[in-house]
Design a protein around this ligand. Structure first.
Ligand code: SF4
Length: 235
């Protein structure tokens, strides 16, 4: 496991908790609009500064009185087979843990939830299950059925979680969100959209893509809100 970064405080990434963010390198997707190529592309990962496990745990022990939660994100954290062991150690010193995932590893997701190792999950929904673009993002060995399995599992797991989508012009169409809502929606489900903002993307072509207008995204939220307990646009 490569711990490639640590954001020491966040008030917005873990709902209701003052947290830090641990960035793990490696991802089994290749979303062309991804902002985190240094955590995804092997040639960039090797050039990243790293944090040792000791440094991470020294920090977590030192901040125990100030922080309540640890957000584990990537890349895709579940590509690391030893993720459960890392989280177990974090839980042992008293932190709540939020996992950010693309949903590609339903087996590990189930293991983490059943062992009470995670308290909150944010799962990315990249597109509707019928969008061919979804298949193209998946790395070797990942199937769309894995994503569907993670969606079904979370919906019935009892854990606190949210689904979320970065909305990207050229990838998503308005009508698609009705399909997504029918797939992932439910009376207890939280679903958040965020507008794509071109920065340094994996595919440089995506740096030319403009964000959607606010009114366009508000229209989507209005249309699909009846399918969810909470559906909003996040800035
Ligand atoms: S799943 Fe996340 S980290 Fe991986 S390529 Fe897509 S946006 Fe980037």
């Amino acid at each position: 496991m490569i711990i490639a970064g640590l954001q020491k405080t966040t008030l917005i990434d873990y709902p209701g908790k003052i947290s830090c963010i641990v960035f793990l390198a490696g991802c089994n997707f290749r979303c062309p609009w991804c902002y985190s190529s240094e955590l995804v592309l092997p040639l960039k990962i090797v050039k990243q500064p790293r944090i040792t496990e000791k440094e991470l745990f020294d920090f977590l022990r030192e901040r125990q009185k100030m922080l309540e939660g640890v957000v584990i994100c990537g890349g895709e954290p579940t590509v690391n087979k030893d993720l459960p062991q890392l989280i177990e150690k974090i839980k042992k010193i008293g932190y709540s843990v939020k996992l950010d995932t693309n949903g590609s590893n339903p087996g590990m997701l189930k293991e983490l939830v059943k062992a009470n190792l995670i308290d909150y999950v944010a799962m990315d929904i990249k597109a509707s299950a019928d969008n061919k673009a979804y298949e193209n993002l998946l790395g070797e060995g990942v199937k769309l059925d894995d994503i569907k399995e993670s969606v079904s599992f979370l919906k019935n797991s009892g854990i606190d979680f949210e689904f979320r989508t970065t909305v990207v012009d050229s990838v998503h169409k308005k009508e698609e969100f009705l399909e997504i809502a029918k797939w992932i929606g439910g009376p207890n489900i939280k679903y958040y959209l965020q507008n794509f903002r071109a920065e340094k993307t994996i595919d440089p072509e995506f740096e030319k893509i403009k964000p959607f207008k606010r009114e366009f995204l508000d229209g989507i939220v209005k249309d699909i809100s009846p399918y969810f307990k909470d559906c909003r646009l996040r800035s």
